[in-house]
Design a protein around this ligand. Structure first.
Ligand code: ADP
Ligand code: MG
Length: 453
């Protein structure tokens, strides 16, 4: 199979990298890169600025080279990052200070033109959030204020916020969209530069405030306090506020109690992971949008991978089409199987701690060794522990069926499904198993805290 231009190889590499690193990392560091040149084992990637070049050079080089080696079968391949025509060379010291990058202005965010209501596929899992988003966009400040949307990663929260922004802006409402992280950074620098008044004014004059990923400010007392006052000012003026978070307001830890109760004043709408049917519909829409010719059975196969994060689901579609381009073949079921099959065997670099943590927590609770879960041992206790591990890898880590199978001794995805179903049923009828689940979850949580800085 012949491999062609740098651009095509890099597109295929992006397809792979997208499913291996976290969504936010992918977006920040890789989304705007392109394959430039591939000669004598030197692979040149074009990146938008030195900051990104530096970061990729330092932190992602080995993952990127591994991916390129896999795609090109050239074990000596080396990657270099070129910034808009200039080579980035980490040894020459000529890198821009990231502190000199222009600060983002609030509300100046470029809205993603693809994130509109029309391109949002509605299913049972997101119907309420979608309807509520539409009604606040058309009747701001009048129906539910605030609207609080929560759900897991990659389920469409940001998409809905942008959709609201597009619609409201087209009606000349002055919308500020900001992530809670950016809000925090701006707050901190306003304090430092003694520009609190300007900061407050800017936000309190907004016609509509959309704040994304609010969990980011939880526990940051001063930022919470500042947001509390902004919230009250806007709410009193009947300005629409829409907030997204990964958890319902009640469950956000350490968040100021007053703020938490404010969030519940309006409507709290959740987005659940999409069911199979919705996943298929989403893939179909994405394929149409990208003008990819792909048959229904291949889309069904991709949807059936159990990937519930929609960005990752899209990543799988990209991966299959990139493989098809690379191998100059239509995206057949065979090619799709081939291109997806080996994802699970390579653990993601970023998240690799978590599956290990889950497996350790389970084996600790059952007094087994991790190898036992991967083995073919079928005694009652080991089988039960294995079911717990599968169940938790799916629930806590969002691993795909194929990933879970690969992590636990190359088991078939269908046996993972059966094990998870069996344990769900057992948990419903057996209190002591439920207690066990809680106990293991506690171990995982304490380990997670330990692991995250
Ligand atoms: P979140 O903010 O919840 O982490 P995003 O809004 O960034 O998730 O969504 C991740 C990706 O999935 C985006 O590309 C988005 O367009 C897409 N997406 C999410 N939900 C849907 C949906 N219901 N229909 C179409 N695309 C969706
Ligand atoms: Mg988001």
């Amino acid at each position: 199979m012949e491999i062609r231009s740098a651009r095509e190889i890099w597109d295929a590499a992006l397809g792979e990298l997208q499913v291996q690193i976290s969504r936010s990392n992918y977006r920040t560091w890789l989304e705007k890169t392109a394959g430039l040149e591939y000669q004598n084992d030197h692979f040149v990637v074009s990146v938008p600025n030195t900051f990104i070049a530096e970061y990729l050079d330092r932190n992602q080089r080995s993952l990127i080279e591994k991916t390129l080696i896999h795609l090109t079968s050239s074990p000596e391949i080396q990657v270099a990052f070129q910034v808009n025509g200039r080579y980035h060379n980490s040894s020459n010291g000529h890198t821009e200070d990231p502190g000199l990058l222009p600060p983002a202005l609030p509300g100046a965010t470029q809205f993603n033109s693809k994130y509109v209501f029309d391109s949002f596929i509605v299913g049972d899992s997101n119907r309420l959030a979608y309807a509520a988003a539409q009604s606040v966009a058309t009747n701001p400040g009048r129906i539910y204020n605030p609207l609080y949307i929560y759900g897991g990663v990659g389920l469409g929260k940001t998409h809905l916020l942008h959709a609201i922004a597009h619609l409201a802006r087209s009606r000349h409402i002055q919308v500020i969209y900001i992530s809670a992280e950016q809000f925090t950074n701006e707050f901190v620098s306003a304090v430092r530069q003694k520009k609190m008044e300007a900061f407050n004014l800017r936000y309190r004059q907004a016609g509509m405030l959309l704040i994304d990923d609010i969990h980011f400010i939880s526990g940051k007392k001063q930022t919470e306090e500042s947001f509390f006052h902004t919230f009250n000012a806007l709410h009193d003026a009947n300005r629409q506020i829409v907030i997204t978070g990964d958890l319902p307001p009640k469950a956000i830890t350490l968040l100021d109690k007053r703020l938490r109760s404010r969030f519940e004043w309006g409507l709290v709408a959740d987005i659940q992971p999409p069911d199979l049917e919705t996943r298929q519909a989403i893939l179909q829409a994405k394929a149409r949008q990208k003008e990819i010719n792909i048959t229904r059975d291949v889309l069904e196969f991709i949807a059936g991978q159990g990937q519930q994060n929609i960005r990752e689901l899209e990543g799988l579609l990209n991966r299959v089409t990139a493989f098809a381009q690379l191998f100059n073949s239509p995206p057949t079921l065979e090619l799709a199987t081939h291109s997806i099959a080996n994802i699970g065997s390579r653990e993601s670099e970023i998240d690799s701690g978590t599956p290990g943590l889950i497996i350790n927590a389970v084996t600790h609770s059952f007094n087994l060794k991790p190898g036992d879960l991967k083995s073919s041992q079928r005694d009652k206790e080991t089988s039960l522990a294995r079911r717990f591990a599968m169940y938790l890898l799916r629930q806590e880590n969002g691993c795909s069926l194929a990933q879970v199978g690969a992590l636990l001794g190359n088991r078939d995805p269908s046996s993972v499904t059966n094990a998870c179903k069996k344990l769900s049923a057992e948990l419903n009828n057996n209190k002591s198993l439920k207690r066990r689940l809680v106990e293991i979850q506690k171990i995982i949580k304490s380990g997670t805290k330990h692991l995250t800085p």
